[in-house]
Design a protein around this ligand. Structure first.
Ligand SMILES: Nc1ncnc2c1ncn2[C@@H]1O[C@H](COP(=O)(O)OP(=O)(O)O)[C@@H](O)[C@H]1O
Ligand SMILES: [Mg+2]
Length: 428
């Protein structure tokens, strides 16, 4: 075992280091959560490090390959309700052997489906190197380690959505990848901001094929299309587990578009209704972007985009709004601040926080213009708390990754609670 590795990032550290200079983690790395392999545990030629995530069937760790001296990612098959045995294998409860084996097979499918698309040119998918077996027959997926965070974590840390142009570019990459995936007859079925990983160089990877299905298998073997859905991201046909296709993943891309730009969810979300437009929330985006959002999230699958490429082409074609419009409203904010006082100031801060726009671009002037017009409304609408409560943005309740960053999440919830002062919340 190499000496002095930080087990959180697997980078070398000097002896006696208390805080890793690379990742800021405490040294020695704190134990992983209950039931997972602990940092420093040796799995064949790999040293297990910090836990990166945990889902229904697997625990993901950073790992160090002592033979090749490289950092890797390992996902262990470990169903959520299992206990760890003294030999570190998951306990298979009596009578549950068949189920355990079925889920293990599905876990292997996850690796194979990732492998089937990751080597395709233009696919932004994590590279899979191998399926390893330890502790008897327990599978471990050996993957490329991605240095970065999920898009959900990214916008939580920023405490805002992204400029729409950035969201557009990210989702174009996602859609190009989905096109490749769909052409392999695979549906991902879990497209969400927690499964879009942002590397430090800004590029993205689609991760987590744990809910993916091969449509050929699904048609031939009834029951393969096991139920799997996530609030906000899953369209009605996925919730009811009826006929799913590329349009099902494309609905989720529409939902990603909303959250990437808005930084939250519409409070009045209803699974069988189209998403509200971003403009309704005061975000200054081109009409075409909102039209794409509306088409992608139509509850009727037939009215949605039918192919990832068609949606990608529409999205890629969305360009900046003419500069004239943004300049026009430039000077209004100070005036309104003078009139509206603290309420509008708070509203302005909030919309900047949620809008993901920096105040030094033309586009941001457009956002401040939206704030201004909404702020006007705010002043007249504050008498109607019921109307205020009817709109707004909320955070993703289903976002398990957010649990890793409680501070950020809490503060965002705090922001979203400030409904009365929020023009974004009142603009519907
Ligand atoms: N290749 C990877 N490199 C770095 N981190 C990863 C990698 N794959 C997954 N992760 C992290 O682990 C978390 C869980 O992985 P994921 O495949 O989404 O499984 P699940 O959601 O089923 O637990 C992700 O949200 C991400 O933070
Ligand atoms: Mg995941």
């Amino acid at each position: 075992m190499p000496q002095n590795l930080c087990l959180a990032c697997m980078k070398p550290i000097d002896p006696g280091t208390h805080v890793c200079p690379h990742c800021g983690n405490v040294v020695p790395c704190l134990p992983n959560s209950q039931n997972s392999l602990q940092p420093g545990y040796t799995l064949g030629r790999f040293i297990i490090g910090k836990e990166l995530g945990r889902g229904g069937y697997g625990i993901t760790y950073i790992a160090y390959d002592t033979r090749l001296a490289v950092v890797r990612c390992i996902k262990e098959y470990f169903p959520k309700d299992c206990r760890r045995m003294p030999d570190m294998s998951p306990e298979i409860r009596p009578g549950k052997e068949r189920e355990f084996q079925q889920f293990s097979d599905r876990f292997l499918q996850e690796a194979r489906m990732m492998g089937a698309v990751s080597d395709k040119k233009g696919a932004h998918v994590t590279e899979v190197y191998d399926i390893l077996k330890f502790h008897g027959d327990i599978p471990y997926i050996l993957m490329e380690y991605l240095d970065g965070c999920t898009m959900d974590e990214y916008i939580s840390q920023k405490r805002s959505g992204l400029p729409w142009q950035e969201a557009r570019d990210i989702l174009c990459d996602v859609l190009e990848t989905l096109d490749i995936i769909h052409k392999q007859n695979i549906l991902h079925r879990d497209i969400s901001l927690s499964n879009i990983f942002r590397l430090k160089d800004g590029s993205i990877r689609l991760i987590d094929f744990g809910s993916a299905v091969n449509l050929n298998d699904a048609l031939n073997q009834p029951g393969t299309l096991y139920p799997s859905s996530k609030r906000y991201y899953s369209p009605p046909e996925q919730v009811s587990n009826s006929q799913q296709g590329p349009w099902t993943d494309l609905y989720a891309v529409g939902a990603c578009l909303f959250k990437l730009v808005a930084g939250g969810w519409p409070r009045q979300y209803e699974a069988n209704k189209v998403f509200p437009t971003l403009k309704m929330y005061g975000f200054s985006v081109p009409d075409k972007l909102d039209a794409i959002l509306t088409k992608a999230t139509d509850p009727d699958p037939r009215k949605r985009y039918q192919s990832a490429l068609a949606m990608r082409d529409d999205l890629a074609a969305v360009q900046e709004a003419p500069a004239g419009k943004t300049k026009e409203k430039k000077g209004k904010l100070p005036l309104i601040l003078g009139i509206g006082g603290a309420v509008v100031a708070a509203a302005g801060i909030l919309i900047f926080t949620m809008g993901g726009n920096k105040p030094d671009t033309n586009e941001n002037m457009a956002v401040s213009a939206e704030i201004e017009s909404v702020s006007d409304e705010t002043l007249s609408k504050t008498e109607s708390p019921a109307a205020e409560a009817e709109s707004g943005l909320e955070q993703d309740e289903e976002n398990t990754e957010a649990e890793n960053i409680p501070e950020t999440r809490e503060s965002i919830e705090e922001i979203t609670k400030q409904e009365p002062g929020s023009p974004a919340l009142e603009s519907l």
